[in-house]
Design a protein around this ligand. Sequence first.
Ligand SMILES: C[S@@+](CC[C@H](N)C(=O)[O-])C[C@H]1O[C@@H](n2cnc3c(N)ncnc32)[C@H](O)[C@@H]1O
Length: 227
Amino acid sequence: MTVTDDKTIVQNYFNNVGFDRWRRIYGDGEVNKVQLDIRTGHQQTVDTLLGWLQADGNLAGQRICDAGCGVGSLSIPMAKMGAIVHGSDISERMIQEARSRAQQELGEIPNLDFSVQDLEALRGQYDTVICLDVLIHYPDAQVPAMIQHLSSLAHSRLILSFAPWTVGYMLLKKVGDFFPGPSKATRAYLHRRFDIVDILESSGWHLNRTALTKTRFYFSYLMEAQR
Ligand SMILES: C[S@@+](CC[C@H](N)C(=O)[O-])C[C@H]1O[C@@H](n2cnc3c(N)ncnc32)[C@H](O)[C@@H]1O
């Protein structure tokens, strides 16, 4: 499959059945047990990341790019904390939802904006670039170019998360538990930690902080790299 095919499939998924599924998971309404588990795990990843940003004590005024921002689960709290946030996503419906949630929570604020964009078409310079739980949509062969592009946008920090490849998770994925029910409309790609570290180091980064979030159906390895 070509890069364009993969992206079109992901984009269609997150504009249709995937939108409905993930909007619910990333919300606070009623969901099934598996979705609740994924919601809990994802929120833990978001909280860990917000904790890192807060601990550094310099979030206010930082220019942050949230690439593949979904419904704004991270962009909105970062903007609330005073960062200047640009969230973008390949799915128009995810961005519509992000805008509507931001409006409800924050009203019109000048330090948060959203755009519909493939992350590899993003331009500009940011203090920090964040790409949370998006690498799962990228096969190994496409990961280096994607990370190198995000690197080119980031002045001092790049934060990524991905589903780590381990034998256990590979089996779980194979038996189909990873994306429950009819949501198996996109492929889920797991990545090896050392592959991601290699790509980061060859792009001039060193690893600063890491965290693994693991619930029954959600697993995400968070990495913060600095220049
Ligand atoms: C699992 S969701 C994670 C959303 C958000 N980062 C979060 O953690 O709340 C993955 C998101 O990545 C977006 N996405 C996938 N490939 C993308 C690409 N090439 N460019 C921009 N967004 C992309 C999808 O549309 C979807 O909203």
